[in-house]
Write a protein that binds this ligand. Structure first.
Ligand code: AMP
Length: 281
């Protein structure tokens, strides 16, 4: 496995790959776990050549978020990717990607940005599409692999690919969970033992609402139940719980008719913000 820190060297190596039939791309922020590994495994299985990137992208973090303390575990990450059979890792520093940081072009996501993480993390998805389009330009993949854990992100990236005519396909990969159901996340490393236990609220709430979905007539009733359940988890501070149409994140007019409803949750355990989601079907 080759590891590049320099973009110039990476670009040279990328030019030599013109005869490769299919290139897979796995963008990550590092601190890799089995969720990331599942993306890399799928990419390696589906493409003769896989590029993984490790880059903690500053432009997708808000001013009071965890950019500075985001876990960085490069050595272990490289070993995991090497063991899976990834061909190349690109792990540039911030200056390599953004120069002096004064960019001329800015990205602005509309519509989908007003919901869920877009609403509670202003500017987050602008930063996500900025870095993902830079990585698409650098790696020029045929397929790029993203986790359904970040469901809204995957939808926005698919739209971006369509609108900007990137000649590639975004492949969605199912959420990988801990044995007790907690969705794997690099941020789980922040959790204190009591927070870790109560973090189960996210998955439990999704499961309970899914199981009883036919009982609810509207979102208010869903939220009532969610708040009722939160009483058992005093360390949980809810960021949002929402039920939306899966294909475009629009509101659902009639719960009884909903076929493609999808459940979304975000919550804080102390300072750690976690997300999860689940399909109703
Ligand atoms: P991150 O390093 O958090 O930016 O995540 C990199 C990629 O891994 C994104 O496409 C995430 O959706 C995906 N990912 C993170 N956690 C999981 C998980 N538990 N299951 C599946 N994919 C995941």
């Amino acid at each position: 496995m080759q590891v590049f820190r320099s973009l110039d060297e990476f670009k040279k190596a990328r030019k030599d790959l013109h005869s490769v039939s299919s290139i897979g791309l796995v963008p990550t922020m590092g601190a890799l776990h089995a969720g990331h590994a599942s993306l890399a495994e799928k990419a390696v299985a589906e493409n003769p050549y896989t590029i993984a990137t490790i880059f903690v992208n500053p432009t997708q973090f808000g001013p009071n978020e965890d950019l500075d303390k985001y876990p960085r575990t490069l050595e272990a990450d490289l070993k995991l990717l090497d063991d899976i059979g990834v061909s190349v890792v690109l792990a540039p520093n911030v200056a390599e990607i953004y120069g002096d940081g004064r960019s001329l072009v800015s990205f602005q996501i509309k519509e989908m940005d007003r919901k869920l993480c877009g609403a509670t993390r202003p500017g987050h998805f602008n930063g996500v599409v900025q870095i993902v389009s830079i990585l698409f330009n650098l790696a020029q993949p045929d397929k790029a692999y993203f986790g359904e854990k970040d469901f809204q992100q995957l939808m926005i990236i698919r739209r971006m690919i369509q609108e900007l005519h990137f000649p590639l396909e975004a492949v969605g990969c199912p959420i990988v969970r801990e044995e007790d159901g907690l969705a794997m996340s690099s941020r789980n490393l922040y959790l204190k033992p009591d927070e870790r236990k109560q973090a189960l609220f996210l998955n439990k709430a999704l499961q309970e609402i899914r199981k009883d979905f036919h009982q609810f007539r509207n979102k208010e009733e869903v939220l009532e139940r969610v708040h009722e359940r939160m009483k058992d988890y005093p360390l949980v501070k809810l960021d949002y719980f929402d039920v939306l149409e899966a294909h475009d994140l629009s509101e659902i007019e009639d719960f009884q008719q909903a076929k493609q409803a999808h459940l979304f949750v975000a919550a804080f355990l102390g300072k750690t913000r976690l997300i999860d989601n689940m399909s109703l079907s």
